[in-house]
Design a protein around this ligand. Structure first.
Ligand code: DX5
Ligand code: ZN
Length: 217
């Protein structure tokens, strides 16, 4: 069963609370929160304080995507803020396996991600330490970009490797998802789908969620 992780990156930042309530009402399965530090990616977005504030206002799980350098220094803040899933980038982690063990050790789901230029091998070696692998299907930093087809092969490789190893791995795809590209990503083996602009730019967000799920299943 496909789950929709609704990204708040294209929401009105001055009305995040309303956006969170709306996403819950229209049937999103979890909230995707892009934490950007202005170093790993050019924009600066949210910190642990916003994650903590959102946690108090929603029943949705918080899928926190750390697009930051030195994640080792910051994971505890996001764990304490109430993240349910915490994703770090392989490109930014000094010791990815150790960091994933630390996140899991805190009792929450651990995930690792790679950007489009990074080979999927960077995740394969650490599959045993993660609950989810996140495949970036856009170059990170902004919502509203086009899905990069090279992500599809990475999803297929991860899914077949997880099956071969008998690992119940969630595979999340992030960037450029709409009713067309969700079919491609879900068909390749992704089961958690990040959607941002395709929800916030939709005339009717509830039917957008329904149509995306119908297209994926
Ligand atoms: C981009 C972020 C994505 C983004 C997706 O760096 O990681 O989560 O919000 O937005 P859309 O669905 O608009 O591509
Ligand atoms: Zn993201």
């Amino acid at each position: 069963m496909i789950e929709i992780a609704a990204s708040i990156l294209t929401a009105d930042f001055a009305a995040i609370g309303e956006a969170v309530k709306r996403l819950e009402d229209v049937g999103a399965d979890m909230l995707h929160i892009d934490v950007m530090d202005g170093c790993f990616v050019p924009p600066i977005t949210f910190g642990a304080q916003l994650v903590e504030a959102i946690k108090k206002r929603t029943r949705l799980r918080l899928d926190v995507h750390l697009l930051i350098v030195n994640p080792e220094k910051h994971v505890d803040d996001f764990i304490n803020a109430g993240a349910d899933i915490l994703t770090v980038h392989a490109e930014a982690s000094a010791d990815l396996k150790m960091l994933l063990r630390r996140i899991r050790g805190a009792g929450i789901r651990a995930a690792a991600s790679v950007n489009p230029p990074t080979p999927v091998d960077a995740l394969i070696g650490a599959l045993g330490e993660m609950d989810m692998a996140l495949v970036m299907s856009v170059n990170p930093g902004w919502g509203g970009q086009r899905y990069l087809p090279e992500a599809t092969k990475k999803i297929k490789t991860l899914r077949s490797e997880a099956v071969r190893l008998g690992i119940p791995l969630d595979i999340e795809v992030d960037g450029g998802i709409n009713v067309e590209t969700i079919k491609i990503a879900a068909g390749a083996g992704a089961n958690i789908i990040v959607v941002g602009s395709a929800l916030f730019n939709a005339p009717d967000m509830r039917s957008a969620v329904r149509r995306l799920k119908e297209a994926a299943n």
